[in-house]
Design a protein around this ligand. Structure first.
Ligand code: SPV
Ligand code: MG
Length: 431
């Protein structure tokens, strides 16, 4: 008997899936692939059901003969292994980034004479509603908050991009690229103090108060589902920090990163060019411990940011602080540097990892931007934050447009670098 293979990447079955199964059944024995967690998150289809439950769900569907796990979104390995006579898929992957997957399937099938059967994609009001309910579920605090810890477990490195508004949140949420047949996207968002302040035309000195920062987070949360890491600056007074931990946790923020500085905080990228004071190990440890006592769930993370390399206090100081802050309860360590050469960051990571295999390390390669995600991961980094590149790319683009409109007394000359009106008005999903 012939075999028909289809891959599911969903937690909820709707008539579209049943339609695919009915078509598959007509071609032979039906094998359903359950896409692994790791592959699902690259699709921004973060699982709300564990893989074992998804498998049980698919097994219970009419006409399914067997369920297997598909470990990658590309079909190469599964086709080699199963050699199904047919692959059944909706016809909605002919354009866009997913067309690369389709090309891979056609190539894989051609190698042994298999055939691709495309079924008209079901997209009616009911299916649309199920899709949006699934997305809404991911945006709920209890799902969003724990997602960062889940990502750290699943991903070789969690990729984070700065967001400071609903619009930049949408970029973080929706940007997908196809690279070598694989789809990729950011995993989470960083609400940077530098960019949140800059967007408000204010300096990065903890002048933008927590109420305003929470408002920014809420704007981002309104239109996204991905987890949020807040740049909490110094955390402020411990007596205030504990209340803020509760608020952030309740909102569904996944982590706050606080830096071991005190007094008037200036941006780290100024380094020793401006006066900045590092907090004592004891006082900062006490702040972390108080924050950890205040939180109510096991999901929320308080990550300690070490400024020793920024303030040129040396590697030993950075490592001693890292160990102390982990003992105080920190759920992760962010190490920062403003050198162009990543050597000191990598030396820190190697030494820290030799002593501590588990505590997540966060890196922010703004200055040492030559390093890739993969190189950081190879030195034990778990989270990489692209902290300010959206703001820094938008500002010169906007400035140039403003200058050119003044220069030419009209907007025609700038038109070819503008997003079409139609695209900008359809960027935001309608309810
Ligand atoms: C931020 O993005 O606000 C940061 C990172 O804290 S840095 O600007 O490099 O200090
Ligand atoms: Mg900051």
């Amino acid at each position: 008997m012939k075999t028909a293979y289809t891959c599911f990447c969903t937690d909820v079955i709707h008539e579209g899936h049943l339609n695919i199964l009915a078509h598959a059944k007509a071609y032979g024995k039906v094998i359903v692939g359950a896409l692994s967690d790791e592959a699902l998150i690259r699709y921004n289809k973060f699982p709300t059901l564990p893989l074992a439950e998804r498998i049980r769900l698919y097994e219970s569907l009419p006409g399914v003969d067997r369920v297997v796990v598909q470990h990658s979104m590309q079909y190469d390995d599964i086709l080699k292994e199963l050699k199904p006579d047919y692959v059944i898929h909706g016809d909605n992957w002919r354009t866009g980034p997913e067309s690369a997957l389709r090309a891979g399937v056609l190539e894989g099938l051609a190698a042994y004479g298999g055939e691709l059967i495309e079924v008209p994609y079901t997209y009616n009001e009911k299916v649309k509603k199920i899709d949006s309910q699934l997305k809404e579920k991911l945006a709920m605090p209890e799902y969003r908050r724990k997602r960062l810890r889940q990502l750290i477990e699943i991903c070789p490195i969690v990729k984070v991009i700065e967001a400071h508004s609903g619009l930049t949140g949408l970029i973080a949420e929706k940007t997908v690229v196809e690279n070598g047949g694989k789809l990729d996207q950011f995993d989470a968002m960083w609400v940077s103090s530098l960019c949140d302040s800059t967007a408000k035309g204010k300096p990065d000195i903890e002048l933008v108060d927590m109420s305003s920062r929470l408002r920014t987070i809420d704007d981002i949360m309104e239109v996204t589902t991905k987890p949020i890491i807040l740049d909490g600056d110094t955390g402020g007074h411990t007596e205030h920090f504990v209340y803020n931990v509760r608020t952030l946790e309740r909102m569904g923020v996944s982590a706050v990163i606080i830096e071991d500085k005190k007094g008037l905080k200036k941006n780290s990228l100024f380094g020793t060019e401006v006066e900045q004071t590092q907090d004592s190990i004891e006082a900062f440890s006490a702040k972390i411990a108080a924050g950890k006592r205040a939180q109510l769930t096991d999901d929320f993370m308080i990550i300690a940011r070490i400024e020793s390399l920024i303030l040129e206090k040396g590697m030993d100081d950075a490592l001693a602080r890292a160990a102390a802050f982990v003992s105080a309860g920190a759920d992760g360590i962010m190490i920062h540097s403003r050198k162009k050469d990543p050597a000191e960051i990598l030396a820190f990571c190697d030494a820290f990892r030799a002593a501590d295999k588990k505590t997540p390390i966060v890196a922010v390669p703004s200055s040492y931007n030559v390093i890739t995600n993969e190189e950081l991961a190879a030195h034990g980094v778990n989270i990489v934050i692209y902290a300010n590149q959206l703001t820094r790319s938008a500002f010169p683009a906007m400035q140039k447009t403003a200058e050119d409109i003044l220069r030419y007394h009209r907007a025609k000359e700038v038109d070819d670098r503008l997003m079409p009106i139609k695209e900008i008005i359809t960027l935001i999903d309608e309810l």
